[in-house]
Write a protein that binds this ligand. Structure first.
Ligand SMILES: [Zn+2]
Ligand SMILES: [Zn+2]
Length: 439
C-alpha cells in the first residue's frame, strides 16, 4: 500500500523523469516481511584520494566490525583502473605492516617510480573479490563529488554509481551552481543506468558552505549529513551559525510548507580519513553510521531503501523497533538497551501552521575576506520544536494532526567518545527520519 506517490518532472532536465515513492504503510519501519536492518557507512576515504590506508584494509576493518555494507567515496575518483601511489613517510610503515599481517608479506605490489617506492592500489573489483560475502558484506560503489568556489566546499556523495562523474572544476562557480552541477550528474547517471542512486549533500557546515535554504531548493536531493565525525564539520554550528539538525529542520519545513518536495533524510557518516590513530576517535572509522531496512543486501536494494527514507542514523544507539503506523498516526521507538545506560527519546517536528517569516542573517566574512551566507533566522518556535520528551528506552508519539512532520532523537548517558569540537563532546545518539508528512 502506498500512501503517497510523487511524480516530479525535473524542469531543468526535461528528459529525466523520476518518481519518489514513499511507503508509509503500517509498520513500514519495523524489520519484518523479509526485510532486515543493515549497518553501513556511506562516506569513506582511502589512498585513492586523501585517506591513509589501502582500500582492502579499509573494507576489511568495516567488515570485521559488524558492518554489512561500505561505500568508498574518494574525492572525484572511482576506484577503477591502474593506480600507483607514493606513500607519505608516516603512512608507509603502518599501511604495509597492517596489510602484511592480514594478507601476507607479498600481498601489496610495489614498484620504484622516478626514484620513489610506490604501492599499487586495488580497484574496487579486486577489493570486492577479497571481502564481499553474499548476504553478509558488500561494497557499494561511490564517489565524493568535490567542487566549490575557492574557500567553500561543495561535496556530495552519490551512492551506487557505476561510471565516473566529472564535476565542473571552475572555481568561479557559485555554491548553488555547483550543487546544481552535482544534481545534474547524479540524475543523468541514474537515467542512463536505471539503477537507483541515493544522493546526499555532505557536511554543510564544513567551510560554512551550504545553508538550509540551499538544501530546501535542491529538487532531487535525498539526504544530508546531520552528523559527520571528521574534523572541521561543525555539526553543532559555531555559536553564531546553526547546527546541522537545525538546518535540516529548516530545509524540511521549507520543502514541505511550500509544497512539491519531499523531506530530505539525515545521514550520519564517518567520513573516514585516518586509520592509524586508533579506533573510535575523530576521523577514524566506526563512530557514525546508518542502519538501513532493505529487502536484500544488494547495492540497488540499499540505495532504493535509503531513497525511501527507510533508515536511521546513529552514533552508537541501536534501535530494537522503529515503526510508523500511518493509519493510527503513531511513531514508536524502542531502544536496544545497553547495560547501565539511561535513555531519553525526544520527538521533534514542525507545526503545520508554523510561519516561514524570517530575518536574513548577515553573511560572515572569513579571514580570507570571503562572505559565507548564513541560514536565515526563523522566528516561529514551532519550526523543529520539541513535541514530546520521554525518559526511558521506549516511547510512542501520537500525532495530533497538527504536525508537518515528526522525527525521533534518542539520547543516552554513555560517556562521550571524544571531545568533538569547541561546542560539544561526541555523544552517542540516534536520529530517525521525518514521517507523517504529506505533500
Ligand atoms: Zn567532504
Ligand atoms: Zn569526505
Amino acid at each position: 500500500m502506498l500512501d503517497c506517490v510523487f511524480m516530479l518532472s525535473m524542469k531543468v532536465y526535461p528528459v529525466v523523469f523520476f518518481a519518489f515513492i514513499f511507503s508509509l504503510a503500517s509498520g513500514f519501519l519495523s524489520a519484518s516481511g523479509g526485510e532486515r536492518w543493515y549497518r553501513g557507512n556511506t562516506h569513506t576515504h582511502t589512498l585513492w584520494s586523501d585517506g591513509d590506508d589501502l582500500p582492502e584494509s579499509v573494507a576489511d576493518w568495516y567488515k570485521r566490525h559488524g558492518y554489512h555494507f561500505l561505500v568508498l567515496s574518494d574525492h572525484n575518483i572511482l576506484s577503477r583502473g591502474e593506480r600507483w601511489k607514493t606513500l607519505r613517510a608516516d603512512e608507509a610503515v603502518p599501511v604495509l605492516q597492517k596489510a602484511a599481517k592480514r594478507w601476507g608479506k607479498d600481498h601489496v605490489q610495489t614498484r620504484i617510480h622516478e626514484g620513489e617506492k610506490q604501492v599499487r592500489l586495488m580497484p574496487l573489483s579486486e577489493v570486492r573479490k577479497l571481502v564481499e560475502k553474499p548476504k553478509k558484506f558488500i561494497m557499494i560503489e561511490g564517489i565524493e563529488l568535490t567542487s566549490g568556489p575557492s574557500g567553500f566546499a561543495v561535496h556530495s556523495n552519490p551512492l551506487n554509481v557505476s561510471e565516473h562523474l566529472e564535476v565542473h572544476r571552475k572555481t568561479s562557480r557559485s555554491v548553488v551552481e555547483d550543487l546544481a552541477d552535482h544534481e545534474r550528474l547524479v540524475y543523468e547517471h541514474q537515467a542512463k543506468t536505471g539503477d537507483p542512486v541515493f544522493w546526499q549533500v555532505n557536511h554543510p557546515n564544513y567551510k560554512f558552505s551550504v545553508t538550509g535554504e540551499m538544501l530546501a531548493d535542491i529538487e532531487g536531493l535525498h539526504g544530508v549529513e546531520i552528523m559527520n565525525s571528521s574534523s572541521n564539520c561543525f555539526n553543532l554550528g559555531d555559536g553564531s551559525r546553526p547546527s546541522l539538525e537545525r538546518i535540516w529542520d529548516i530545509a524540511n519545513t521549507l520543502r514541505l510548507k511550500r509544497g512539491g518536495l519531499p523531506p530530505i533524510y539525515g545521514t550520519a557518516t564517518d567520513d573516514t580519513h585516518d586509520y592509524h590513530v586508533g579506533d573510535y576517535v575523530m576521523n577514524a572509522p566506526g563512530t557514525s553510521w546508518v542502519m538501513v531496512r532493505a529487502r536484500a543486501l544488494t547495492p540497488n536494494a540499499i540505495a532504493k531503501a535509503m531513497q525511501q527514507g527507510m533508515f536511521y542514523s546513529t552514533t552508537g544507539v541501536i534501535l530494537k523497533k522503529l515503526e510508523f503506523d500511518a493509519e493510527a498516526g503513531t511513531l514508536t521507538v524502542v531502544v536496544k538497551k545497553k547495560k547501565g545506560l539511561n535513555y531519553r527519546i525526544d520527538f521533534i517536528g514542525t507545526h503545520k501552521e508554523a510561519s516561514l517569516d524570517h530575518e536574513e542573517v548577515e553573511a560572515i566574512v572569513d579571514e580570507k575576506g570571503l562572505s559565507h551566507p548564513v541560514t536565515a533566522d526563523y522566528a516561529d518556535e514551532r519550526i523543529g520544536m520539541s513535541l514530546q520528551s520521554t525518559e526511558g528506552s521506549k516511547a510512542v508519539y501520537r500525532m495530533t494532526g497538527d504536525e508537518l512532520y515528526v522525527r525521533g532523537v534518542v539520547h543516552c548517558d554513555a560517556p562521550p567518545y571524544f571531545k568533538y569540537d569547541a561546542y560539544s563532546d561526541f555523544v552517542q545518539k540516534a536520529w530517525t527520519q521525518p514521517v507523517g508528512w504529506k505533500n
